[in-house]
Structures are given as C-alpha cells and as structure tokens.
Design a protein around this ligand. Structure first.
Ligand SMILES: [Mg+2]
Length: 259
C-alpha cells in the first residue's frame, strides 16, 4: 500500500496536533525503527552515514530490555544495515520490506531482477547529464537522488516513473529521491514480524520520518499499536510525533529505561 492509499481512518488523525509519545509507551512493546532520518540524520550522500558508539549502545540496550523485540525496518539493504551496526545482528527488514531476517537468524532474500541493471544504466546516463544528481545502487532497487540538483525533480520523476512501468518494478518516492525497486512495503514487513517470535502478541510501535513509513504506521495501528512520526507535522497515520533525530535518541533513552 502507498501513502496515497491511506484509509479514511488513518487520515482522520490529520488536523489534530500530534503529541510527544509518553515515556512508558515501550513497556512490553515490540519496537520497529526506520533508520535514515529517524536514528541518524540524512546526509547528502547515503554512504556518509555512520552508527556511532552512542547509537550502537542505545539499540543494544533497547533490544536487551525488550527481550529482543527490536527490529530495523529500512529502505537500505540488510547487508548495508549489518555493516552499519557492526556486530549487532538485529531482526531486520531491508529494501522497503523486500528483505526480511529474524534476529540472529537466516533471512528471506528475493531474487534480484536483471531489469535493475538496465535501470542503473539509464539512471546513470541521466546523472551524467545532470551534475549533482546521484545514482544509489541498492541490492533490490536503484535510487535517483536529486538533492544536489533540485531543478531536476520533474525530469527525474518522469524517468523513474517510466522505468518502473517498463520493468514491472515499484516506484518509491522519498526525500529528494525517486527509487525504482522490487515490490514490498514496510507495513508488510512489520506484519510479517508480528506473526512470529519474539514479536507476536506485543503492542507494536514504529518510528519513521518519510512517506515510505506510512504503510508501517498503518500496520502498527491495525495491530493495536502506534506510530511515531519523526519531523514536521504532516498528513499521517502516526499517533505521536518527535521533532528530529536528536529528539528520537533522547526519547528512546528515556522510554528504554521505563520499558
Ligand atoms: Mg527514514
């Protein structure tokens, strides 16, 4: 499901200012966390992002306090996330729900469509002709970042839309990026995790900042939990809101202690 397919129920929360989540929200909860823009600030180049010692320790402590009920749900690949979290093998969904792995377990990795290579080639030619535009090759998708050349937005959107349609792939809109990738979404990933140990039966909480996180907010609400939007207010299926990455880390610190 896409953000534009949000239910009327989800939209009914819009117009009401979202409050800060209570510090006891994680007690007995299952915690799902987006990565970029939620746990770390978005950098102009995705490779510039790092997990520092404080974040590493915070996530390890949360996983401990919640008896392993912590999962990263990201647009990055599981391979990228594992490298970033060095040594901390969390339950993880990568590539916007296309990849799933239980904590310490083996994962479900889909076949990589060969069409992605054609997408990479076409996008790279576009980037070469539009200095500032960056192509990000992921395991199951290709991102066309136009943060370095905002005037290229319309052309980038047209290109990505056409490539997705031509190759039966999904178009994902993000912050200053159009991604063409294998189908799947974060809501499906969260629902999958909630079907099995150690997450089943716990109240799910999901933190995310981007439009790609809306299906995740819908999934936690549908399972009796709550979403926490990170960033400025907007039309959202989330129940609570935190201002930015710094606010998220401070809240997780407090809420983790109360969990
Ligand atoms: Mg994000």
């Amino acid at each position: 499901m896409t953000a534009s397919a949000m239910t009327d129920d989800a939209r009914a929360t819009s117009g009401v200012p979202l409050t800060r989540p209570p510090t006891d929200l994680l007690r007995g909860a299952a915690l799902f966390l987006d990565f970029d823009g939620t746990l770390v600030d978005i950098e102009p180049l995705p490779d510039a992002v790092a997990v520092d010692a404080r974040l590493h320790a915070l996530i390890a402590r949360l996983a401990d306090r919640l008896d392993g009920r912590v999962a990263i749900v990201s647009g990055r690949s599981i391979e990228q996330l594992d490298a970033l979290f060095g040594g901390l093998t969390l339950a993880t969904s990568g590539s916007h729900g296309a990849e799933l792995r239980a904590a310490g377990g083996s994962g479900e990795v889909p076949d990589r469509p060969r069409a992605l290579d054609q997408v990479i080639g076409t996008m790279q030619r576009f980037a070469d002709a539009n200095p500032g535009v960056v192509v990000e090759v992921k395991s199951f998708g290709v991102g066309l970042h136009y943060r370095g050349k905002p005037t290229a937005e319309q052309a980038a959107e047209a290109l990505a839309t056409g490539l997705a349609a031509d190759h039966d792939l999904s178009l994902q809109r993000g912050k200053m990026v159009f991604e063409v990738r294998v189908p799947g979404d974060k809501g499906q990933a969260i629902a999958h995790f909630l079907d099995g140990a150690p997450f089943a039966g716990a109240r799910p909480i999901f933190l995310g900042d981007d439009l790609t996180d809306e299906p995740g907010f819908e999934a936690v609400v549908a399972n009796g939990g709550a979403g926490i939007l990170v960033g400025p207010p907007r039309d959202t299926a989330a129940t609570y809101r935190l201002n930015d990455v710094g606010d998220v880390l401070a809240w997780l610190d407090e809420a983790g202690e109360a969990a």
